[in-house]
Design a protein around this ligand. Structure first.
Ligand SMILES: C[S@@+](CC[C@H](N)C(=O)[O-])C[C@H]1O[C@@H](n2cnc3c(N)ncnc32)[C@H](O)[C@@H]1O
Length: 485
């Protein structure tokens, strides 16, 4: 199957002028979301005020939560002078003021990214050279094509069902789905079974996805009152939803989540002399945002206790900070339940760790790391994905699913045949396109700086092959998915 798919994959994008041209501009200097190899490159915004941790000499037991009642919150007076604050900053300050206390880092992150009026993703295209960062599907068409191979192999293992919901969570510009559908378009039995469901919170990105998938809106007929949208790339119906729960159930389902989990809000906890305290976002006397520690246990403490139970005592004991993502746990539960009842599987690709994540939250604006609290809404916020927590959440949610991986992106793409694909594409391209293909290939599967790079040193492509990980959650009926055997 693999070789057949790779040979038959539809016309490579480099033949199409419109699709290939932008790729050349992404080749080097633009930031993938996890290009930083050391935390020292990231502006240190994680400074927490009012920490009183000097007396601590021995580590506390991992999941101990104690309460400090001395630091009762005292909101600063707000000036009535006109401010130059953005709408989002005013909104965040308003929540803090009317709530009468600081908000969690998770609430801050969620507002910054997805506030319906002014969230980072809501009103614009944030990807590519003109945007803030790029992602693997934007780097090379080969990424989406390899995901197409994965989905088709799973569909075969599912017994080639006649109807399948193909769901993508957070499709960005829709590039992965475009490459997937183009790559699979010769496999009519597969594409004819599909109904594509895109889970996207941003109206601006929904519009872009509609455009990039070459969608046409069919007029409602007297017998069908619902508007039907079809992607002309492979003749598949396409629907948009705000959340996975809204995707109709009862049909076998294939779910793809590429760089979606890293955008889910994380709670941050810090070890203090009084035990684990949640890091919160507050407004300082000078009206700027600052971090403080919660004086008392917060509701997210329940998730901290749950996450610590899944870890070894040694793992937690060496950490001074922990990030916990309840939304990732809940999403995984929804995925596992859906796959359990309807059949199918999910593919999660993201940067992260197969274990507890300590302190990874970062902000990127215009391809540069910036302070997390600086001008919220103008920079992307993202955090490492805790793959171990995904595994535990899925296994806890259902006994009918099995979890595979994580394996590195390099192993995943390599096993699916990216080497054959790049060779096939190189057979028929210009020198410039060849360089772009090689650079893209390195960024997807390489590790560190590309070994043979003739361009300016500061533009050397950085391989993401080992920092990005792939995990699959499948219905046990399907057996072990390719290439996790
Ligand atoms: C980092 S981008 C990844 C885009 C795409 N998967 C790619 O790899 O190019 C995150 C995507 O998820 C969407 N998103 C973020 N949070 C979301 C949420 N809570 N619900 C729905 N979509 C969300 C964003 O609008 C964006 O499309």
């Amino acid at each position: 199957m693999l070789r057949r798919v790779l040979q038959q994959a539809s016309i490579p994008r480099h033949i199409s002028h419109t699709f290939f041209a932008p790729r050349l501009s992404y080749s080097s200097p633009f930031l993938l979301r996890k290009c930083s190899s050391s935390s020292s490159e990231i502006p240190q915004s994680s400074f927490v005020e009012h920490l009183d941790d000097k007396n601590q000499t021995t580590p506390q037991p991992p999941a101990t939560i104690s309460v400090d009642r001395s630091g009762l919150y005292n909101p600063p007076e707000h000036s009535h002078e006109p401010s130059s604050d953005s709408e989002l900053v005013k909104h965040l300050k308003g929540i803090i003021k009317f709530r009468g206390g600081p908000i969690s880092v998770a609430e801050y992150m969620e507002e910054v990214l997805t506030n319906p009026k002014a969230g980072f993703y809501i009103n614009r295209d944030v990807f590519g050279a003109e945007g803030d960062f790029i992602t693997s599907p934007e780097v090379s068409q080969m990424f989406g094509e390899m995901v197409a191979v994965w989905a088709m192999c799973l569909w075969e293992q599912m017994g080639q069902p006649k109807r399948v919901n193909l769901v993508e969570l957070g499709p960005g510009r829709g590039t992965l789905m475009v490459d997937l559908l183009r790559g699979a378009s010769k496999f009519k039995n597969f594409t004819e079974s599909l109904h594509v469901h895109l889970v996207e919170c941003s109206p601006a990105l929904q519009k872009l996805q509609h455009q990039n998938l070459n969608c046409v809106d069919e007029e409602p007929t007297p017998d069908k009152t619902d508007k039907k949208t079809v992607s002309t790339l492979a003749g598949t119906p396409v629907s948009w939803h705000a959340a996975l729960e809204q995707v109709p159930s009862g049909v076998p389902t294939i779910i793809i989540a590429h760089e979606f989990y890293d955008a889910l809000p994380v709670h941050q906890f810090q070890r203090a002399s009084r035990g684990w305290c949640e890091k919160m976002v507050d407004v300082a006397e000078d009206s700027k945002f600052r971090f403080v520690l919660s004086p008392q246990p917060t509701p997210a403490t329940l998730y901290l206790a749950k996450r610590c139970k899944w870890a070894t005592t040694e793992e937690v004991a060496k950490l001074e900070q922990i990030e916990v993502c309840p939304k990732a746990m809940e999403l995984t539960k929804t995925i596992a339940e859906r796959i359990s009842s309807d059949g199918g599987g999910a593919l999660i690709i993201d940067y992260g760790l197969n274990g507890v994540v300590s302190d990874s939250l970062q902000a990127i604006r215009k391809h540069k790391f910036v302070n997390i609290l600086d001008d919220p809404g103008s920079a992307d916020l993202s955090a490492y994905v805790d793959f171990a927590s995904i595994r535990h959440s899925a296994e806890e949610a259902s006994g009918h699913v099995s979890v595979h991986g994580p394996i590195t992106q390099s192993q995943f793409l390599g096993s699916l045949g990216i080497n054959f694909r790049v060779e096939a594409l190189l057979q028929n391209c210009t020198d410039e396109q060849a360089e772009s293909l090689r650079t893209g290939y390195w960024r997807l599967v390489g590790d560190g700086e590309a070994p043979v790079w003739e361009g300016p040193e500061e533009q050397a492509p950085i391989g993401m092959g080992t920092r990005y990980l792939a995990m699959a959650i499948v219905n046990k009926k399907q057996g072990v998915p390719v290439p996790f055997q």
